[in-house]
Design a protein around this ligand. Structure first.
Ligand SMILES: [Zn+2]
Ligand SMILES: [Zn+2]
Length: 210
């Protein structure tokens, strides 16, 4: 069995949207669909994937901008998973008004996930880690079997998420990184919401913000 991870850079501010699939069962999950993407939808159809879930690391507009579009593409709607503390931001248009525009992300998701919950993609299980700081309802999705973590705007290659936004807490962000990310195995690959992937070890050694 194999977990296949595909990264797409889409949206106005170059977000990473990840399509991950269990190649045995063809079960697939979309993480942070930033914008509508015919390219991603074609890959789902051509590979006969069953897009069963959409996982949201946090509800900033650039991470949820494609949710409504993807829900409209399939007859069997994927479940949208989100932390309850992310709902106010979702319901406030993903914070887009603070950036001078407005958009409608659609109805708020009703599949709520909490710290320690387990989510499955076929044979692979992921743990939900609540990692607040960039936003209060920010989560990371971690797969111990594959040593991969999808960490949204918590930590980047040699960087960290912005903490000057409404609802951000700089100290909480650092605590989330040190407690929840730096406690993972050193060779865990971190897949962030923007930019290239990195590892726990690389950021422990070379991240100038921590
Ligand atoms: Zn963000
Ligand atoms: Zn972002």
């Amino acid at each position: 069995m194999e977990l296949i991870i595909n990264r797409y850079v889409i949206g106005a501010i170059e977000n990473n949207t990840y399509l991950i699939q269990d190649n045995r069962s063809k079960d697939a999950v979309l993480i942070d669909p930033a914008a509508p993407s015919r390219n991603i939808q074609n890959d789902i159809q051509e590979n006969n994937l069953n897009l069963s879930q959409i996982w949201i690391t946090h509800a900033h507009f650039d991470h949820i901008g494609g949710v409504r579009w993807f829900l409209g593409q399939s007859k069997v709607k994927p479940s949208v998973m989100i932390h309850p503390l992310a709902l106010p931001l979702w319901n406030n248009a993903g914070g887009s008004k603070d950036f001078g525009f407005d958009f409608d992300p659609g109805k708020a998701p009703d599949h709520l996930v909490h710290d320690g919950d387990t989510l499955a993609i076929g044979d692979f299980s992921f743990i939900v880690l609540h990692t607040p700081g960039h936003t209060p309802g920010h989560v990371t999705f971690y797969c111990a079997q594959e040593k991969v973590a999808f960490c949204g705007d918590l930590i980047f290659f040699h960087g960290v998420g912005r903490t000057d936004l409404k609802g951000s807490e700089p100290q909480a962000l650092i605590k989330s990184i040190t407690d929840k990310i730096f406690s993972l195995p050193d060779d865990t690959i971190l897949y962030p919401g923007h930019g290239q992937s990195t590892t726990v070890k690389e950021e422990k050694l070379h991240n100038p913000f921590i």
